[in-house]
Design a protein around this ligand. Structure first.
Ligand code: BGC
Length: 359
């Protein structure tokens, strides 16, 4: 055998072994501090048991720098599809562009990456509807004919496009009831200034969200609620209505309101159907949550990735504008959970087991 033949054989084997170890799909999730994203990881792992594709899941620990590092590591491992839930919607644009430049398809997962045309697809829940469901819940709890019911507003992080979508949906429902005096906003003079305006611009929403943001952080949320309660007049307590953007912040904010002697009764929203919040709902400490069945999102993301790798053209059901392009999206429905339907929706469907909770 000639040396040349041996060399060619060696290189061929090397290439083949690199290719066979190459990763197919990389998944990057924002943090494993919040149960929501640990839930997504678990559901990804369960769904992947039945596929032949190789997948790696990494967390970015709430840091755009770590997120970028994760994306670079996955690209180096040869991924063909990147499924990414950005920590910061704008900062992640550069990672998406890098992936695109390396021939990788980019799927924005749950949160939209903004300001770039490097996002190919978006899998998401109907986030505006999440906000509407929260708004509707609060409106339904008001005694008909009463006025000046104290309304406390809280929102997610400004760096997350979803915070705007949730707020937009909630505002759509709450605003007419603020304008007609049913609710009185306690903790945002920017929202108060805009109370007669139905459709807010992104800048207007940003002004309000800046005042009421929890930054998706439990401690920030609790501190903010405590400060709001310290400043609030006694007449802004009694029975109160609290728009809270997700379960983690809802538990923190609910704890603060429960600790205030002048708050007699509160209605508070949440989302994600986290186990701890389901327990809060069973215990009467949280009023509702919006259930987003993560299994659907994971299934859509994996199917999409498979189709792209097989060169097929996926069907989409919506588009979301990210300031540069209308990103084709696959959207999943949401469902409101209260004490009344928790067993039917979450236990009987097998999402959680009965023994996860104290009934
Ligand atoms: C997600 C929520 C989550 C929140 C905080 C949002 O983008 O849609 O489900 O609770 O981020 O992590």
């Amino acid at each position: 055998m000639s040396k040349r033949f041996l060399l060619v054989a060696f290189v061929t084997i090397l290439i083949l072994s690199v290719l066979s170890f190459a990763l197919d799909v990389g998944v990057v999730l924002p943090t494993n501090v919040e149960p929501r994203w640990v839930q997504d990881e678990t559901r990804f792992r369960q769904a992947l048991e039945s596929t032949d594709y190789s997948v790696e899941i990494l967390f970015s620990q709430g840091s755009p720098a770590k997120e970028r590092e994760n994306v670079e590591a996955l690209i180096a491992k040869g991924i063909k599809v990147l499924i990414i839930c950005p920590h910061d919607a704008v900062a992640a644009a550069a990672s998406a562009q890098l992936a695109k430049k390396n021939g990788v398809y980019v799927i924005s997962y749950d949160r939209l990456i903004m300001n770039t045309d490097a996002v190919d697809y978006y899998v998401t829940f109907d986030s505006v509807e999440v906000g509407r469901a929260m708004g509707r819940f609060l409106v339904e709890k008001v005694k008909p004919g009463t006025k000046d019911n104290p309304l406390y507003l809280y929102a997610g992080a400004l760096s997350d496009n979803n915070s705007f979508l949730f707020f937009q949906g909630a505002w759509e429902i709450l605003q007419p009831k603020i304008a007609d005096g049913t609710f009185k906003i306690v903790n945002s003079n920017e929202a108060e200034k805009l109370k007669n305006k139905k459709d807010l611009t992104r800048d207007e929403m940003a002004r309000i969200i800046s005042q009421i943001t929890t930054n998706w952080d439990f401690n920030t949320a609790k501190r903010k609620a405590e400060d709001d309660l310290t400043r609030a007049k006694k007449s802004d307590k009694g029975t109160v209505y609290i728009l809270t953007p997700n379960d983690g912040t809802a538990r923190a904010i609910a704890d603060a309101f429960r600790a205030d002697r002048d708050v007699k009764e509160y209605y508070i929203t949440g989302q994600d159907a986290e186990k701890a919040s389901i327990q809060y709902i069973l215990d009467g400490k949280q009023s509702m949550t919006v259930f987003k069945d993560v299994r659907l999102l994971v299934k859509d993301a994996i199917n999409l990735a498979k189709m792209l790798m097989e060169g097929k053209k996926p069907q989409t059901t919506a588009t979301y504008f990210n300031n540069v392009k209308d990103v084709p999206a696959i959207q999943s429905e949401i469902q409101v959970i209260t004490k009344e339907n928790v067993k039917e929706v979450l236990i009987d469907s097998g999402y959680y087991s009965e023994s996860d909770f104290n009934w």
